[in-house]
Design a protein around this ligand. Sequence first.
Ligand code: FEO
Length: 398
Amino acid sequence: MQGTRKVTDDIVWVGCNDRRLALFENLFPIPRGVSYNSYLIMDEKVTLMDTVDASVTGQFMENLEYVLAGRGIDYLVVQHMEPDHCANIEELMKRYPDMQVVANTKTVQMIHQFFDVESDGKVTLVKEGDTLSTGEHTLRFVMAPMVHWPEVMVTYDEKDKILFSADAFGTFGALDGNIFNDEIDFERDWLSEARRYYSNIVGKYGAQVQSLLKKAAALDVSMICPLHGPVWRTSLDFFIDKYDKWSRYEPEENSVVLIYGSIYGHTEAAVNSLACRLADAGVKGIKVYDASSTHVSDLIAEIFRSSHVVLACATYNGGIYPPIENLLSDMKALSVQKRTVALMDNGTWAPAAGKMIVKRLEEMKDITVLEQLSIKSVLREDRADELEAFVRKIVEAM
Ligand code: FEO
């Protein structure tokens, strides 16, 4: 049975959901699943905008056949070659032998890397600014390298002012029938997953996202159709503003996220004391996370959200407790910057994690290391003044 939604009179969402996949990219937990969006433009020439992941091929083909109702596909626009979108290219080339694959040079190279297909006479090569008329619609292609792979391009439909945005403006989370942003409470129910998707999937490529936003700003966009998550047809500025902040590595909120790595709970106890004192000092929106039980992708998303971070870490094997070490590696890999970080470290005989964390933070761009409080096993009441001074430093920096 098909499951499709009309986006406009002649554009249909033919995407699919996967609620069984545990780890996106075999890495990121997706408890709410993920959608793989694909769109059919039913013009004089029929155009398909990307395909879907191999896990949902059966549903995708049913959706396509229902909307096509016996027509063929004239063009398949391939905006991104990551397998969550490109998995069905070979199958579609077999089913629709007259179909032209519309792609740039890098994309064609990747098609041959992934698939054993003959592309002579079957590819329409496009580059920045090229257009394709499908009848009433004119599609204009805009290159968006590294958002999130080098071959990525987005497509602007001049007729309906739609930006088919590839991974940009995507989110984790399956679509529950309500595919449009105005059918859901995005800020309440989706924003945290959108932030986690952005910061972990595209976060490294802020400069490239900024380039794409500048190109998009020159277009008159009334709808955004991404490859994951809701279609945006109202309040576009809300999400564009989030993307602008995230890609400039500017925090959304002036607040503190406290992340600890604690072996037996003593470092955690110190963090709880600190959190209460920060709250007493008037800080709102404080969040505390255990790095051992919180997936690193959630920690990264929270660091993207918040202006100030406290890292509290036990010393382990003479070094950094592994979950915090993992977080630091991810922060560097994802180009986290423009944050103020205060440190607590703990060690029963030789606290060493603090110094090592400072070194790691210094390797990152534009990170201010504020203060360090070293603990020997347990933070006791006789150090209350030091803790207060630590709190004051953080609050003064906010
Ligand atoms: Fe959704 Fe980069 O693929």
